[in-house]
Ligand binder design. Structure first.
Ligand code: CA
Length: 236
């Protein structure tokens, strides 16, 4: 397997040292930046396989770094590291195109599992991409183009993030089948044996409903089965 590169953007040197040590031990190549502007520059020049991005950074904050990377068309997985518990920060980060977040203090084991899962997922996406007709999933008003990772409703691009697209595709490909948050964490987020925080699923579902549903308060596509999980319902 070719060596994967992880860019660490973090201004606390002790955290960078821990991350670098553990990533290199697992066989990753690392790049480090101690402020947002330097991180952005490395992200664009080196095109790493994954970016670990702190939010509170000198020169340019993590939100701006993430947004700029996405605005320039890069789909590099971005894992936000945040000291903040505030839900709105996490949601804003996901809104700006981050794939995931982890809250400080984090366990190295969990962080490494997420790095691995996000790189593997990005690899699977790039391998499955292609202009094949089989890559289209026609769901009536909704059409999913797996090659381009785009979802359309009534012909208009819904502008989903990669993660939202994957969640929708997974549910829609198994229409009518109920999946627990745990199962979605494992299958869409690729977190094997995930036992931790599954609220990320609820956040992603809420964001997805805002883009997909006519009325997010009364969803017709992504349905909650109380106490069980979520399922996709086809247009009737
Ligand atoms: Ca910081």
């Amino acid at each position: 397997m070719e060596r994967k590169t992880v860019l660490i953007v973090e201004d606390e040197k002790s955290i960078v040292d821990i991350l670098r040590f553990n990533l290199q031990k697992e066989g990753y190549r690392t790049l480090e930046a101690y402020d947002g502007a330097a991180g952005l520059k490395l992200a664009l020049e080196e095109n790493p396989d994954l970016i670990l991005l702190d939010l509170m950074l000198p020169a340019m904050n993590g939100f701006e770094v993430c947004k700029t990377i996405r605005d320039k068309g890069y789909s590099t997985p971005v894992l936000i590291i945040t000291a903040r518990e505030a839900e709105k920060d996490k949601i804003l980060g996901l809104d700006l195109g981050a794939d995931d977040y982890i809250t400080k203090p984090f366990s190295i084991r969990e962080l490494m599992a997420r790095v691995k899962a996000n790189i593997r997922r990005a690899d699977m996406v790039s391998q499955s991409a292609g202009p094949s007709r089989d890559n289209r999933l026609d769901l009536g008003r909704l059409v999913l183009d797996k090659g381009a990772s785009q979802a359309f409703k009534d012909g208009a691009d819904l502008e989903l993030t990669q993660r939202e697209f994957e969640l929708l595709t997974y549910l829609a490909s198994n229409a009518g089948q109920v999946f627990s948050r745990q199962e979605l964490m494992e299958r869409v987020w690729n977190y094997e044996g995930y036992v931790g925080d599954v609220r990320g699923v609820d956040v992603a579902v809420r964001r997805l409903r805002e883009k997909v549903e006519d009325n997010p308060a009364q969803p017709k596509y992504i349905i909650t089965r109380r106490g069980a999980g979520y399922y996709f319902q086809k247009d009737i």
